[in-house]
Design a protein around this ligand. Structure first.
Ligand code: AMP
Ligand code: ZN
Length: 119
């Protein structure tokens, strides 16, 4: 699997940097955001180093599909209220102008009662 030894999120997957794990399987990893904007705020990432959604190719379609299906499951597991009165927000910042700071693709899942710190 492609990893980048200098990448923060590859180090989290490898357990070299601690995280509060939400979920793990062979291909995917999820953990709490260290600086949450909402009562529930976690990140879902592929274990393989894909810099951003901009690098997604048809080869990644199954992986991305699995990630997407996991979002609502983990959101409920982590305590968001059910749709439609509850719900969540799914965000992936992509590139400098997209506001991306960590260049290992990650999807923010945010939810819980408002107000939120941001968003
Ligand atoms: P962005 O690349 O702008 O989508 O944001 C990266 C996100 O990663 C931010 O929300 C940070 O709070 C979060 N983050 C940075 N370092 C860590 C870490 N060590 N553990 C968990 N979340 C982190
Ligand atoms: Zn990485």
């Amino acid at each position: 699997m492609h990893t980048d030894p200098n990448c923060l999120f590859c180090k989290i997957v490898a357990g070299k940097i601690p995280s509060k794990k939400v979920y793990e399987d062979e291909e995917l990893f999820a953990f709490h955001d260290i600086n949450p904007w909402a009562p529930v705020h976690f990140l879902i990432i592929p274990k393989m180093h894909i810099p951003s959604l901009a690098q997604a190719t048809p080869d990644h379609a199954a992986l991305l599909g699995r990630m997407m299906v996991l979002v609502p499951q983990l959101a409920l597991q982590e305590g968001v209220n059910p749709y439609p009165n509850g719900g969540f927000r799914l965000v992936t910042n992509t590139g400098e102008e997209g506001g991306q700071e960590v260049h290992h693709m990650h999807w923010h899942v945010m939810g819980g009662p408002r107000p939120w710190l941001r968003g």
